[in-house]
Each structure stands twice: as structure tokens, then as C-alpha cells.
Design a protein around this ligand. Structure first.
Ligand SMILES: C[S@@+](CC[C@H](N)C(=O)[O-])C[C@H]1O[C@@H](n2cnc3c(N)ncnc32)[C@H](O)[C@@H]1O
Length: 275
């Protein structure tokens, strides 16, 4: 098995936290539209350090259950520690490779964000998700569908070079960054009723709180791409300095990589009203 392309170190754990804080409201909104409710069993597929799992656990309450699955023992240990800190005893972590695992069945809702882009057979993962849901259960997905859309205005060739390198390394490791565009048709082919497909992208100014999400990815991504031998330390430094210079310049804007939200229901029924 190749090492996970983004790494599993402390810097990546912190970055995923920044990212979740920016995306949290949108995730919770999507879960509510999908009918999340107290007492349900929810599976967080490819949970990472489990920032979303913790929110899901709050929403389903102690009468419910969250099963959080990831290949990274480091990420799962971070989630176990955070759950203990918050006194949440209804999260079960499972260390498994999604390319090989059979998902536990009987789920009311399955959440999968920025994971299908990394597995070797995302269509098979969707089939497993379909199989693991109860009739009427909901699947909620956030995946990129146009990663190359990410750019700065005015155009900054150094960020464009970084984005091309990210796309290339994900593909080299067997993933597909733009997998989001396939998810609705794969869902329909499996017999899901696709309830919603919603593109999510932002045009951000450096003053927006959400700017910290792509900024953190550029910073940690440059370290990771240097580790992977894709950039020399000197080139990574030049790209970072160009990013900081653009960030400090008046009037700069950033177009974020485009995410597709998909909400799909097994056997076409909506769940009961959300909490
Ligand atoms: C970008 S992170 C997203 C984490 C989390 N879903 C979130 O939104 O914060 C991708 C996650 O997918 C996991 N992952 C990638 N390939 C996997 C595989 N084959 N089996 C299990 N987990 C995998 C990684 O370990 C990582 O935690």
C-alpha cells in the first residue's frame, strides 16, 4: 500500500481541523437536509481525525452511534482522544483500508467527504456505501469536481504550478481529484434516488475567515510536495513567497476548487425530519 498522498502527521491533522471549521456549517446543513436525527447510526467513511465524526456524534446523541472508518491509525487515535475529551462514548473507530473493507451494515446515514478522490476504486466504494445503508437511508458526499478551477486573481503562475502538482500527485497515487462529477451518475446506477446535486465554490478575499482553508493547504501542501520530491525546498519557498505577496496585495481574490455536494437516498425514501 502506498503512503497516503497528503500524509498523516501533526501538520495535516491541524490543517484538516482548519478545513473542517470552514466547511462545518455546510456539512451540518447537508446532513439536516438528508434527515439526520437523534438515535441514528451514522458512518463517517474516511473520517480522518474525525472532526466531522464529533459533530455527527453530537447530532445523533448518546442514543445514536457513529462509526468512523479510516486507514490511518494516527488519525483515529486523534479522534479517540478528542471523543474522550468531550465525553462522547458512542463513537466507534475502525482502522481499515476502504479498498478492501466490508462496511458495517444498518446505517441511517453515510457521510463521505474528500475520500473518493483518494481510493483506488471509488465506484466500488459507492456500491459498498449503498449496501451498508438501511432502505431509506441517506448518503451525503462532498468531493471536488473541478480542482483546476482553483486560482488567484490576478493570476499567479506559482499557485497554478502548485495546483498542477497537487493534481499530478493525487493521480500518481491512484486517485482522481475530480471524482465528484461522477458520483451522482454512479449513485443513480446503483439504485439511489439522487435528491440534490449542488456545486459549492467561493470567491474569497484574504480578509475572509475562509481564506485560511486554502492558505493552510498551500502551506502544508508545499511541505508535503517537497517531502515527496516534487519540489526542491528552494522552489517551494519561491511559491510560498509568491502566495504571501499576492495575499498582501490590495484587491486580491481567490477562486476555490469546486466541490459537488450530492445527497442521495437508498430506495428513494427520505428519512424522517431532521433535528
Ligand atoms: C482529505 S482527508 C479527509 C478526511 C475527512 N473525511 C474530512 O473531511 O476531514 C482523506 C482521508 O481519506 C483517508 N483515506 C484515503 N484512502 C483511504 C483508504 N484506501 N482507506 C481508508 N482511508 C483512506 C485518509 O487516511 C484521510 O483520512
Amino acid at each position: 500500500m502506498t503512503d497516503y498522498v497528503l500524509g498523516t502527521g501533526d501538520e495535516e491533522i491541524a490543517r484538516l481541523g482548519v478545513q473542517h471549521r470552514v466547511w462545518r456549517a455546510r456539512a451540518i446543513d447537508a446532513w439536516r437536509r438528508a434527515g439526520i436525527a437523534a438515535g441514528q447510526t451514522v458512518v463517517d467513511v474516511g473520517c480522518g481525525p474525525g472532526y466531522a465524526s464529533l459533530d455527527l456524534a453530537e447530532l445523533v446523541g448518546s442514543s445514536g452511534r457513529v462509526i468512523a472508518i479510516d486507514r490511518s491509525q494516527r488519525f483515529l487515535a486523534a479522534l479517540d482522544a478528542a471523543a474522550k475529551n468531550r465525553g462522547l462514548t458512542h463513537i466507534t473507530t475502525i482502522e481499515a483500508d476502504l479498498d478492501a473493507v466490508t462496511l458495517p451494515d444498518g446505517a441511517d446515514l453515510i457521510w463521505c467527504r474528500w475520500v473518493a478522490a483518494f481510493v483506488s476504486d471509488p465506484k466500488l466504494l459507492l456500491a459498498k456505501i449503498h449496501g451498508a445503508l438501511k432502505p431509506g437511508g441517506a448518503f451525503v458526499s462532498h468531493e471536488y469536481f473541478d480542482y483546476g478551477q482553483w486560482r488567484l486573481a490576478p493570476d499567479t503562475s506559482e499557485l497554478d504550478e502548485f495546483v498542477r502538482a497537487v493534481i499530478a500527485t493525487w493521480r500518481d497515487s491512484g486517485g482522481e481529484p475530480n471524482v465528484g462529477v461522477e458520483i451522482p451518475q454512479w449513485c443513480a446506477g446503483l439504485g439511489f434516488a439522487v435528491r440534490e446535486t449542488r456545486p459549492i465554490m467561493d470567491v474569497l478575499s484574504p480578509r475572509d475567515a475562509a481564506w485560511q482553508w486554502p492558505r493552510a493547504f498551500v502551506e502544508s501542501g508545499l511541505h508535503r510536495l517537497t517531502e515527496l520530491g516534487h519540489f526542491t525546498p528552494a522552489r517551494a519557498d519561491e511559491i510560498w513567497r509568491a502566495f504571501l505577496a499576492r495575499e498582501a496585495a490590495p484587491g486580491t481574490l481567490m477562486v476555490t476548487p469546486a466541490v459537488l455536494e450530492t445527497v442521495a437516498v437508498k430506495d428513494g425514501h427520505l428519512l424522517s425530519a431532521g433535528c
